[in-house]
Design a protein. Sequence first.
Lengths: 424, 274
Amino acid sequence: MNSATATAELRRPTDWKGSAMQNRIRRRYAAERRFKLLGLLSILVSAAFLAFLLVTMIGNGARGFTQTEIRLPVDFPRSSLMLDPAALAGFGADAALAGADIEGTTAAAADAAFGAGGARLLSDGAWLSVRDAIKRDPAILRGKAEIWVPAATAIDLAAKGNAAPAAEAAYGKLQKADVVRTGFNWTFLTRADSTDPTLVGIWGALKGSLVTMFVTLVLAFPVGVFAALYLEEYAPRNRWTDLIEVSINNLAAVPSIIFGLLGLAVFLNFMHLPRSAPLVGGLTLALMTMPVIVIAGRNAIKAVPPSIRDAALGIGASRVQVVFHHVLPLALPGILTGTIIGMARALGETAPLLMIGMRAFLASPPGGIMDPATVLPVQIFLWSDEVSRGFVEKTSAAIIVLLVFLLAMNGVAIYLRNRFERRW
Amino acid sequence: MNDQTMSAPLLHPSAPSPASDGGTLKMTARNVNVFYGAKQAIRDVSIDVTQENVTAFIGPSGCGKSTFLRTLNRMNDTVSSARVEGRITLDGEDIYAPDMDVVQLRARVGMVFQKPNPFPKSIYENVAYGPRIHGLASARADMDQIVEKSLRRAGLWDEVKDRLNDSGTALSGGQQQRLCIARAIAVDPEVILMDEPCSALDPIATAKIEELIHELRGRYAIVIVTHNMQQAARVSQRTAFFHLGTLVEYGDTSEIFTNPRETRTKDYITGRYG
Ligand SMILES: Nc1ncnc2c1ncn2[C@@H]1O[C@H](COP(=O)(O)OP(=O)(O)OP(=O)(O)O)[C@@H](O)[C@H]1O
Ligand SMILES: [Mg+2]
């Protein structure tokens, strides 16, 4: 092509109606449609996954929140129980109850009520309900009483239509006698771990998670925010701060189990903090969460327009005042978002906590940050490993509790974020 | 206007010392050089700012007007690569002396920026912020008074008096800029530096700001950077023409605009380049 024709072509007016142009328009529309379709597809896929997860979890887990109970008639004066109601009035009640053979009495009452082997219809922990009933009202010791006690796992499963034929028959008989009911399982929300699936509770692990998260938040949030503020607002730009920045970014990507090993080496073996304690768990998770908060915090701080800093400096605000009166409040929504992402990750973390011994079997909830404790995901992991069939639905129920915890945490974060959000 | 001029030395008793042109010297700069890293942005600039006059800085884009303006209240300290040489005084005090408190300096030498930058807080809070951090008002009533006085001086009071709790960012551009001026004068500065305060505004808002500058003149020493020749001629009594980091010419505005000594000044003013 010589230059003469090229110039001639250039001079010709653009042909907006030509076929080449129409082709281009068609291709553009097609590309746009493809893009929209792809986006829609990916949203559908993720929504389907979420729906599947929720439906299976709630389907299985809902049963974990109910418990079958049997009405057990106990004739206290005729029983072998040697307990004086007067002794249960004040102090020493617990000692008196501990000394009495309530377990034997309960088994005998079951045998008497439901025939030989009747005790096997009841949960191993049925006597605990009897004990609690006595404690609540010692007067029942003077006569006959009817006490609702938890049923054995087999009966429980039968009540939920999911059991062996033998248990089904036994359940049918109980039903005919009108001595069973299936109701909300308060035990599950108030007790800790147990070897008997009818007696397990999530409260121990839930409290462990709460306390651990509290320790994590209290350590990671201020340290992370201050580190972010310092790096963005004060630190000079040089090789050292670059190095620190790279290290923090890498730290955020380190697999969590390595933090567990670090916690084991530093907090347990070197500092001799108590094993399995929420303090150690919180410290370990704080190490993991901090880099996430620092990175999110720095981005949020960077996004605060420099003109705001100039404005404040220009009327004689000190740098600390600029940071705390203007930069931090404006960056807070972003910082909170980062914090919640880090905390959610910490809440779901299992591996590092296994390393520092938070997988012990604990029949009572922790009293404080130094007591042995376990956390929700570890509890789920432990229950999912149990052979007894009763634990299957408990595992799902625990997962629901964990998800609800997570949603509650996110809800709080969203609320806080909206409160601090400023319109420009 | 005249009584303001008279009362000015009484407001700041340490000020009086006659300048060469008859005004009262407020700030002086001697042989100032500014560097960004290795690059020199200001070369050997010496200038006097007087209490009574509005001083305008004009010059082509990139010639260093903003840079020089920012050395007058040490805003360049926030730019890590910036380095300032030379001597700049406020009421005879070297503002780059080691014992000079930068925070107090910036309260005494206030600044209004090119782009209106109100805090994303209420109108009241925008104005009250400065007095609060400097402890200028002890009671709520005092603060109310300062806020009202500042907004009145900035010519904004009548427009916002019923919505002091609305966000400052919800105002129009011109109102925002006047809010920024109110914010600057609320801390009762001695000097106000304005970096192209009208460049984002329409002619009506610009006229309002210019009127405001007229009213503030004498009470505060004012330095204004502008690209608008008419504006410089309208609002200022003294004009400095910068070019490529040097101060080409500095003198009475009427003199500069009618009878510039340098051809570069003349070319710029008549629009032959810039
Ligand atoms: N933060 C900085 N770092 C490096 N160089 C800078 C910086 N700020 C300004 N400069 C340079 O210094 C010179 C003067 O800039 P300055 O902003 O003072 O110009 P100006 O006269 O205000 O221009 P305009 O009229 O466009 O605002 C320019 O060459 C600019 O590139
Ligand atoms: Mg400028």
